[in-house]
Design a protein around this ligand. Structure first.
Ligand code: ADP
Ligand code: ASP
Ligand code: MG
Length: 446
């Protein structure tokens, strides 16, 4: 493998500004020391596939060593071995239909703890002085309910101490600690968030998300074979793509990176090809109308008909779904006819039963003549691009492409930089390819 040096990423235009959030009250790192030295502090996040076997862990150790031998300080953030988190959840669900979320956190955090110990052992074997660090030792302080932790505060002092001793660090992704000292996980895919937060807290020079693809593509390359790797993408576009199904980045990690000005690169853990830079938008980015296309499977729709057209009704209905902790995605209300309105929403299909149960008592009390209609087996296709703000006719191009491919559109929703539609789940891959072709996303913009 060529020993190319990791490129220092451009800093956010005004990092000092972004760190004013009272987020890092004490900042024990030593920027003056780093400024005087050519050494870079590099955060590298390795996902589940990249540490999925002992051989792969050895490869990761070799890559960390190589980066270190080039004169850099390295902090590796790692996920559980691929399939491990799913397996742990499966075991818990075999024992109980609704396992305690506190215990799920304790269980799931063990996946990452295996990885940090194994990678540290492999590094030590290569002669690299390295230390494993759990989420709590990394000073990742969280809030929120179990299994859905949000980072409130970072205290990187322990990590900084080890770095100052010349150690490389191996940090457990996906975990933090509650104010009461309980183990807390950060939501699926949460190791991305750990990496970005650690990079922000340590003021790293470089933050790389190393994964099993060599960058962010115009669509999932497993679905659209001629998808093209993007050299760069804005935070807002990455966020829209991530939250509409492109799991290459966890959406909350992108939000966090934008808030704290962490420029990062998504690249391969297996080669040194340049990846995709994720950063604040710049004027040239608007030349591209659609940056990428995302798909999200396993969606379901509920449509309520016969809802009295009265103030407060939507709030009461959505309130019942919110109280049942159901995350709604698209929400569409039609203009009322004869005093009766129609509301539709989509959600993950696993929430459909819970949503119906939550709606029944509210509708019985407020709208006795209403009906609940459900549809599972649908998927969502989203086209994302900041250029949409300044170009017209984008929706028409997308809808015509779907029409020409014989794909029926269910619901439609839009934001300033996204157009999303639901289609039959069986046709979602055809739909992605049709829209990808319609916008010539396989070709680099002139
Ligand atoms: P990791 O285990 O490294 O966190 P993930 O499985 O979470 O990796 O994310 C990488 C996967 O994301 C890829 O294998 C790819 O199939 C998928 N993916 C979805 N959309 C995209 C996209 N637009 N560009 C690149 N990869 C994508
Ligand atoms: N292991 C966790 C998951 O599978 C976190 C991660 O991989 O980022 O969701
Ligand atoms: Mg991931």
């Amino acid at each position: 493998m060529p020993a190319s040096k990791p490129v220092r990423l451009p800093k956010h235009p005004d990092p000092a500004q972004t760190l004013k959030f009272n987020f890092l009250p004490s900042f024990p790192s030593s920027p003056s020391l780093r400024a005087a030295s050519p050494m870079a502090l590099i955060v590298q996040k390795y996902g589940g596939t990249s540490v999925g076997s002992l051989d792969r862990i050895r490869n990761v150790a070799a890559r960390v060593k190589r980066t270190r031998d080039q004169g850099n300080q390295v902090v590796a953030v790692v996920s559980a071995m691929s399939g491990m988190t799913d397996n742990l959840i499966k075991m818990a669900k075999e024992l109980a239909e609704n396992p305690s979320e506190r215990e799920l956190d304790v269980l799931l955090a063990t996946g990452e703890q295996q990885s940090i110990a194994l990678l540290t052992i492999a590094l030590n074997e290569l002669g690299v002085p390295a230390t494993s660090i759990t989420g709590s030792q990394a000073g990742i302080h969280t809030t929120g309910s179990h299994t859905r932790g949000r980072i409130m505060h970072m205290d990187p002092s322990l990590m900084q101490g080890f770095l100052d001793e010349g150690k490389s660090l191996v940090v457990a992704g996906f975990q933090g600690v509650t104010p009461g000292g309980m183990i807390h996980t950060l939501g699926r895919g949460g190791s991305d968030l750990t990496a970005i937060a650690v990079a922000a807290a340590l003021k790293a020079d470089v933050c790389q998300i190393l994964t099993d693809v060599d960058g962010v593509y115009t669509c999932d390359p497993r679905v659209v074979k001629n998808a093209r790797k993007l050299p760069e993408i804005s935070y807002d576009e990455m966020l829209e793509m991530a939250s509409s199904g492109s799991k290459v980045m966890q959406s909350r990690s992108v939000e966090f990176a934008k808030k704290f000005g962490v420029v990062f690169e998504v690249c391969s853990s297996l080669n040194d090809n340049p990846g995709t830079l994720v950063l604040e938008e710049h004027p040239n980015m608007e030349n591209v109308v659609i940056r990428g296309v995302s798909i999200e499977r396993s969606q379901a729709r509920i449509t309520l008909t016969g809802i009295p057209d009265q103030p407060g009704m939507s709030g009461l209905i959505l309130g019942a779904l919110g109280d049942a902790e159901i995350n709604l995605d698209m929400i569409v209300a039609n203009i009322a006819h004869d005093g009766l309105a129609r509301h539709s929403f989509t959600m993950h299909s696993s929430d459909l039963g819970k949503a119906q149960a939550a709606l029944k008592p509210v509708l019985a009390a407020l709208a006795p003549n209403s009906k609940i209609e459900t549809e599972a087996g649908i998927a969502k296709l989203s086209a994302v691009g900041i250029g949409m703000r300044s170009h017209s006719g984008v929706a028409a191009t997308m809808f015509k492409a779907l029409g020409a491919a014989g794909i029926n559109i269910g619901m439609i929703s839009t934001s300033e930089i996204k157009i999303a539609v639901t289609v039959d789940e069986q046709r979602i891959e055809d739909a992605a390819r049709a829209v990808h072709d319609a916008f010539d996303l396989d070709k680099a913009p002139a």
